[in-house]
Ligand binder design. Structure first.
Ligand code: SF4
Ligand code: FES
Length: 354
C-alpha cells in the first residue's frame, strides 16, 4: 500500500513530572531518567523527522521543562522549519525561560489544568499547581504566543465544566480542549472512579454548545467525547501509522502514544534503526495500516473508512487482540465488556500517579 509521510511528531522528552494526575495516560512503567535519550539523540530524531516530512513537533512528557536541553531542541526543530508546540503543566515556566524559548522559535504552548478552582485542581493534580498555572498562562499571553488550555474531564470535575470554560476565558486562551479521559496507561487503573455518568455527559452537552456559539471567533473549543458512552469508536490517530509518530523518552518509536501497552507488538528504537525505516518498513507501523488487518465486522463495514475500526490499543486492552474491532463499537461482539464497565458502581478511591 502507499504510505504517506508523517505530518506530526510527538516527542516525549521525559516521563518525569511534578504532577500526579490519576488520569495520566502514560504507561504504568515509566522510562527512568537514566534511560532518557541524550541531547544528541533528540537532535538526530528531530532532523530525521523533518527529513521524513514532519512539520509539527509537539514537545511533551511528563514535563518537558524538566529537560535542561529544551531550548536547544526547540531551536533545532524550529530551525528545520517545524512548527514547535510545547505541551506543559506550566510548572517551571518562568519569564526568562519563556523569553528564551520564544527567541529560539517556540510557536505555541499547550497548558494543562485540572479543574476550575484551586482546591479541586490541586486535589486532582496531587500538588499545589493551580496558582502556578495561572501565572504561567499570564506569561504566555504576555509573550504573544498562542495559548491552548487542555483539561481532561472525568467524574470528579464534570460539575466544574462551566467554571473551566470561564477559567479559559480569563486566561485568554485561544483554544480550549475539553477532553474526556481516555483509558490508557495509569488512567485505566482509575477507570471505575473516573468514568463520567450519562447524566454528567448529558448536562455537559448544552454547556459546551452554548460556549462554542458564544465564543466563536474568540476561542476555539474542542470537545473530545467519552467514547465508552458512544455507539461508535473514535477514528483513533486517524488510522494507524497514518499521520503521526511518537518517540518515547528512551527512543522507542510508537505508532500512537499508548502503543507500548500492546505486548504483541514488536517496537523499534530510533537508537538502532533510522526513523524512516521504522515509519515505512517496521512491523509495528505496518501491523494495522490500511484495512488488510481488519477482522469482521470491520472488514465489511460501511463505516471502516470513517473510524478505521476504532482504537487498536483499546481493542488490545479490552479483548487481548489488537486486531479486534474496538469494543466501544455497538457492532463489536465484545461491546458487552464496555457495557459492563458502564454498569458498575463508581469506585470511591483515586490512585494518584506515582
Ligand atoms: Fe467502525 Fe468496525 Fe464498528 Fe464498523 S464495525 S463502525 S468499522 S469499529
Ligand atoms: Fe493507540 Fe488508539 S490509543 S491506537
Amino acid at each position: 500500500m502507499d504510505v504517506s509521510p508523517p505530518v506530526g511528531l510527538l516527542a516525549e522528552l521525559t516521563h518525569r513530572c511534578p504532577l500526579h494526575c490519576p488520569y495520566c495516560s502514560n504507561p504504568v512503567e515509566l522510562a527512568s531518567r537514566s534511560a532518557e535519550m541524550s541531547t544528541e539523540g533528540w537532535l538526530s530524531v528531530l532532523s530525521q523527522a523533518r527529513e521524513l516530512g514532519v512539520l509539527q513537533v509537539h514537545m511533551s512528557g511528563g514535563e518537558p521543562l524538566l529537560r535542561p536541553d529544551l531550548p536547544a531542541l526547540v531551536e533545532h526543530a524550529s530551525g528545520l522549519g517545524c512548527y514547535v508546540n510545547l505541551v506543559t503543566s506550566g510548572l517551571g515556566l518562568t519569564s526568562s525561560r519563556l523569553d528564551d524559548l520564544v527567541s529560539r522559535g517556540l510557536a505555541h504552548i499547550q497548558l494543562s489544568a485540572q479543574g476550575a478552582t484551586r482546591e479541586r485542581a490541586d486535589l486532582l493534580a496531587g500538588a499545589k499547581a493551580h496558582d502556578r498555572k495561572l501565572a504561567a498562562a499570564a506569561l504566555v499571553k504576555a509573550s504573544g504566543l498562542p495559548l491552548s488550555l487542555n483539561v481532561v474531564l472525568h467524574r470528579r470535575n464534570h460539575d466544574q465544566l462551566a467554571g473551566i470554560i470561564e477559567l479559559a476565558e480569563r486566561m485568554g486562551a485561544d483554544r480550549l480542549e475539553l477532553a474526556n479521559t481516555q483509558y490508557y496507561g495509569w488512567a485505566l487503573r482509575n477507570r471505575d472512579a473516573l468514568m463520567p455518568t450519562a447524566a454528567q455527559l448529558a448536562a455537559a452537552e448544552p454547556v459546551v454548545r452554548a460556549a462554542v456559539a458564544r465564543l466563536r471567533g474568540t476561542m476555539e473549543i474542542v470537545y473530545v467525547v467519552a467514547d465508552y458512552h458512544e455507539p461508535y469508536p473514535k477514528p483513533c490517530m486517524y488510522g494507524w501509522g497514518a499521520r503521526q509518530l511518537t518517540v518515547a523518552p528512551d527512543g522507542t518509536v510508537l505508532p500512537c502514544p499508548a502503543a507500548s501497552a500492546i505486548s504483541t507488538l514488536s517496537l523499534s528504537s530510533v537508537r538502532d534503526t533510522p526513523l524512516a525505516d521504522i515509519w515505512y518498513r517496521s512491523s509495528s507501523f505496518n501491523a494495522y495500516r490500511g484495512e488488510e488487518w481488519m477482522t469482521e465486522p470491520c472488514r465489511t463495514c460501511d463505516r471502516r473508512g470513517l473510524d478505521f475500526g476504532g482504537c487498536r490499543c483499546q481493542a488490545f486492552l479490552l479483548t487481548g487482540d489488537a486486531a479486534a474491532t474496538d469494543p466501544v463499537c455497538s457492532r463489536s461482539p465484545a461491546r458487552g465488556v464496555v457495557d459492563l464497565v458502564l454498569s458498575r458502581p463508581p469506585a470511591s478511591d483515586l490512585v494518584m500517579r506515582r
